[in-house]
Ligand binder design. Structure first.
Ligand SMILES: Nc1nc2c(c(=O)[nH]1)N[C@H]1C(S)=C(S)[C@@H](COP(=O)(O)OP(=O)(O)OC[C@H]3O[C@@H](n4cnc5c(=O)[nH]c(N)nc54)[C@H](O)[C@@H]3O)O[C@H]1N2
Ligand SMILES: Nc1nc2c(c(=O)[nH]1)N[C@H]1C(S)=C(S)[C@@H](COP(=O)(O)OP(=O)(O)OC[C@H]3O[C@@H](n4cnc5c(=O)[nH]c(N)nc54)[C@H](O)[C@@H]3O)O[C@H]1N2
Ligand code: SF4
Ligand SMILES: [Mo]
Length: 708
């Protein structure tokens, strides 16, 4: 223990959990002096956090105490979008909201009201589903929320079932690591030490990405690929593995279904054909397939970005078949890491309020919000009120210009609960102040590791901010909703958060978590954990389904992403065998460049993009372009350029680099419109769904670049 670790008078350390929408779910230690949080750092005893928080969170107390925080309810005083507000009381704010909701429900029906929310915080209490019981009880339009991994989840569930997959800590045992559409050093930082350790022990690290990003620079082999063509690569890898007899026949025979049909299907997908789609030389595809199949074991980490194009779902279907073909699942550290979220026995029914949903209630996907608000969807009744919380749709949603038009409607009543006056909050009629993680209680699962993490409130709420749980308790009380789900306390919610009797939580209770801050699920340790060494896949057949039985039911979105609703599923027929779906947009003379909008290193989606310290790290909105493409347009490094297509335009500073392939341009997402000359990269994104799970197609987006 060093001197700085000694407790000071009036100083306490509180267990926290990073609330951000990030797979790493870091355990935090919050130092509090005289009621004020003075330092936030990573828990040094946590095997995955290892004492390190990322650049977004390592000075979180500055965000919490920022003078820009919204700390009191506000009412709009200027035109929509002007960001002019005056302070009002909570009573006045609640009266106005309940009054407007009641009037709209009475005159147009409750479906004229729509919630808009996502993952500003991902705690079980305050996160994705916190408002669902309220809006389901109200009878509001159901919000379908498929921003992130929905297509991947549908595809993964169709193939291997909702399994945690490989323990990220087991990666040290892998001999061959495929990092596929994932910029780990920016977006999944805490997995990297396990990859680096495997690399030290002799594993080969391969990165497949159109961008030679900071993670790719550490790879043993970087394979550039044309955006949206990963399905072709995975299918051709199977062509080689099956064609050259590199399969684990015993594993295939015991633990899979549909091998003969798959073998027949992939015969057409030759490396030569895939080379034409992906831009990867056919010999490299063969080498990749052979090395991947030979390594014992090999592991694949797929990023969320793998799903963001027309064929994203089928891409994940194909990739999910690979580890079963080669028997990679037999050993610790072998298989596939998608979302280990499925390991956690979260008691979702207690948080969704699905029992309140009235049969026939319509479902509107949030990607279509702009269209829903501007009449393009022909909704009856039209949307007359929005309530936004945990989200900043004006930055994260496609078709930004349409959304601006929708939010500008004078007759639309918009409520936004926020920490800061975001682009979206600027369009609110009422803004409500939300607490940050340091001011609230929560309990976290993870979508990147196998630990439960507890977050204790470290300091009292600032100003009149309230947790989302309290916001919906207050609103429910005003609306006269008296069911127990609307009156339970945060402590009661913690008690209901998990199925505590589940074997993976044996010996873990709310009390032990409050005391210790975190606990690993009761699973074998990372040196032993091989969940599918002997099959046991949570599919209908119990096997990996090359021929998917779930496909017969048609395309679907997990009810979790639609407030618990099982109605109005997309339901389009799905071919039960993996196949290639090319990018929807094909380059032409007008729009020849493929635009990618991955995550910003220093922001978390659009969160922190207004913090001066973070802006200094991230720099101004940039467009990364290959020298050939820049030269062809007479554009010099550092120039201001316009990026355009039929949906919109935005400006960015040109960064000329060979880290992107010719034909690809990259502009990280997250910057706010008000810091970006009124438009960001999502002004150009399409609100077209991918093939499965109504996933976004942010990466299936062609543009032109010209001088600003
Ligand atoms: N710093 C930071 N970390 C974050 C976030 C953040 O905003 N900032 N956001 C969090 C969230 S919500 C998520 S979902 C995760 C996402 O984290 P990731 O899964 O890493 O997603 P992205 O950063 O969007 O994209 C990763 C890589 O995919 C590549 N890519 C794009 N399209 C394709 C394609 O068609 N094929 C291939 N092979 N590669 C492609 C991009 O070039 C990029 O390098 O990160 C989380 N962590
Ligand atoms: N072009 C492009 N668009 C994308 C993506 C991409 O890669 N490219 N990624 C997509 C993905 S993967 C995701 S996950 C989405 C993310 O979309 P969002 O989840 O909307 O992400 P943020 O922009 O961070 O907005 C979260 C907001 O919630 C607020 N907030 C945080 N905590 C609380 C709280 O406790 N209470 C309340 N009331 N508010 C809170 C924050 O201040 C912030 O403004 O974006 C999607 N959009
Ligand atoms: S954003 Fe991710 S890496 Fe950063 S502190 Fe939070 S959980 Fe950890
Ligand atoms: Mo995400």
């Amino acid at each position: 223990m060093s001197v700085t670790d000694l407790p000071m008078p009036g100083t306490t350390t509180v267990h926290g959990a990073c609330p951000l929408d990030c797979p790493d779910t870091c355990a935090m230690e919050v130092t509090v002096e005289d009621g004020r949080a003075v330092r936030v750092r990573g828990d040094r005893s946590h095997p995955y956090t290892r004492g390190v928080l990322c650049v977004k969170m390592n000075d979180y107390e500055r965000t919490v105490y920022s003078p820009d925080r919204v700390l009191y309810p506000l009412r709009r005083t200027g035109p929509k979008g002007s960001g002019q507000f005056a302070r009002i009381s909570w009573d006045d704010a609640l009266d106005e909201i309940a009054g407007r909701f009641t009037e709209i429900a009475a005159t147009s029906g409750p479906q004229a009201i729509m919630p808009v929310s996502y993952l500003g915080t991902q705690g079980i209490l305050n996160g994705l589903n916190v408002g669902d019981p309220f809006f389901n009880r109200l009878g509001a339009t159901i919000s379908e929320r498929t921003y992130c991994d929905s297509g991947s989840c549908t595809a993964y569930a169709m193939t291997v079932g909702a399994t945690a997959g490989v323990d990220p800590e087991s990666f040290v045992h892998a001999r061959y690591i495929l990092i596929w559409a994932n910029n780990m050093l920016s977006t999944n930082l805490h997995l990297w030490p396990f990859v680096a350790e495997a690399q030290r022990r002799g594993a080969k690290v391969v990165v497949i990405d159109p961008v030679r990003h900071r993670t790719a620079q550490h790879a043993d082999w970087y394979i550039p690929i044309r955006p949206g063509t990963d399905g072709a690569l995975a299918l051709a890898m199977m062509h080689v593995i099956i064609g050259e007899g590199l399969t684990d026949d015993d594993y295939v025979a015991r633990y899979t279904v549909g091998f003969d049909e798959l073998a027949e299907r992939v015969r057409q997908y030759t490396p030569e054909w895939a080379s034409g789609e992906t831009g990867i030389p056919a010999e490299d595809i063969r080498t990749l397939a052979r090395e991947y199949a030979a390594a014992e074991p090999s592991v694949i980490r797929i990023g969320v970005a793998i799903e963001r194009h027309a064929g994203g779902g089928q891409t994940v279907r194909a990739i999910s078949c690979l580890p079963a073909l080669t028997g990679a699942w037999r050993r610790p550290g072998g298989g596939l890491l998608q979302l280990p979220l499925w390991a956690f026995p979260v008691n979702w029914p207690a948080f969704l309020g699905a029992e309140f949903i009235r049969p026939g209630t319509r479902v509107v996907n949030q990607f279509l919000l702009g269209r829903a608000l501007t009449g393009a969807l022909d909704l009856d009744p039209p949307i007359r009120a929005l309530m936004v919380y945990n989200s900043n749709p004006l930055v994260v949603c496609p078709e930004q210009d349409t959304l601006v038009a929708g939010l500008s409607r004078e007759d639309l009543f918009t409520v936004v609960s926020e920490h800061f006056l975001t682009d979206t909050a600027d369009y609110a009629d009422i803004v409500l102040p939300a607490t940050t993680q340091l001011e609230q209680r929560d309990l976290m699962f993870s979508w990147g590791h196998l630990y439960v993490t507890s977050n204790e409130p470290a300091v009292a709420p600032l100003g009149e901010a309230v947790p989302n749980t309290e916001l919906f308790r207050r609103l429910a009380a005003r609306m006269g909703f008296t069911e127990p789900v609307f009156t339970r306390t945060d402590e009661q919610m913690v008690a209901e958060a998990f199925d505590w009797s589940s074997p993976v939580l044996e010996g873990i209770t709310p009390e032990t978590l409050a005391r210790d801050g975190w606990a690993r699920l009761r699973l074998p340790g990372p040196d032993e954990y091989a969940p599918h060494a002997e099959g046991g896949f949570p599919t209908p057949s119990g096997r990996v389904e090359f021929v998917s039985s779930a496909a017969a039911g048609g395309n679907f979105v997990l009810p979790l992403f639609r407030q618990g609703s099982t109605e109005h599923q997309p339901g389009d027929p799905v071919d039960p065998l993996p196949h290639y779906v090319p990018p929807r947009e094909r380059p032409d003379g007008r729009y020849p460049l493929a635009l990618l909008s991955p995550k910003s290193h220093a922001y978390l989606n659009s969160s922190f993009a207004d913090r001066p310290g973070q802006q200094r790290v991230q720099g101004e909105p940039a467009l990364h372009v290959h020298p050939e493409d820049a030269a062809a347009r007479g554009l010099a490094d550092g120039a201001q350029v316009s990026v355009v297509n039929d949906r919109g335009r935005f400006t960015a500073r040109l960064h000329v680099t060979t880290d992107v392939a010719p034909g690809v341009v990259v502009s990280p997402m997250g910057a706010w419109r008000k810091h970006s000359r009124g438009a960001t990269v999502n002004a150009l994104s399409p609100s077209v769904f991918a093939d499965l799970g109504n996933a976004p197609t942010f990466s299936d987006n062609l543009v032109q670049v010209e001088p600003a």
